[in-house]
Design a protein around this ligand. Sequence first.
Ligand code: PGA
Length: 239
Amino acid sequence: MRKEVAKTHAETSQQVALRLKEFINHNPGALVCLAAGDTPLSAYAALIEMQKNGEVDLSSAYYAGLDEWVGLGYENKGSCRQVMEDHFYRPAGIPQAHIHVFDGKAADQQEQAREMEAFIASHGEIQLTVLGIGLNGHVGFNEPQTPQAEGCLLVELDEVTRQVSAKYFDTPIPVEKGITLSLAQLGKAREILLMATGAKKREIVHRILNAPFTPEVPASMLTYEDKTTFYLDEAALGE
Ligand code: PGA
């Protein structure tokens, strides 16, 4: 795994946006998977600015959602769908036909999993993914105890994730389950951009850097030497 350390969250965001721009420009029609969460939003904003300047056509790519809180939809502030629609897909002008996300409100979540797998299969594979990291080391909703399998997973949310969830919602919502692309699915991507910024991520960053491929720290399972880059700021690294 390569490490890119920038001084600040803003600089890390710019680095990630630049890499995304290059990748999309060189791989028209590629399927990418962009995480929701707070960490990558400034990178997406920077990417949208680059499009405004004529540097990239974001509509040339296709987008698969990473995860969703089961029970939540666009109308719930803090759902992955709401975050990505409002911060990326809509301001970037991505056509609906280029986007497939989980519907957390659908009664049949197994069907949601199958539909996502079919969407990804229709594009071959996800080629690039941008992922944040939870305080417990999760990526998407691959929690430390999530039994792993191929494709998409329905998971019981970890206690840490349940507690952290409150920061995304404007009213308290008791979330219990999530739907997510599995580590196996994400690991097939040709390029993986892991992001962690801010001092509160320092401890988990150190665990990932010191012990790759540990199931207790799901993000560490994606620390491939040849295709993963860990984008950090100095606060997350602790220097
Ligand atoms: P955050 O979430 O970017 O809001 O810190 C990361 C995650 O839980 O995956």
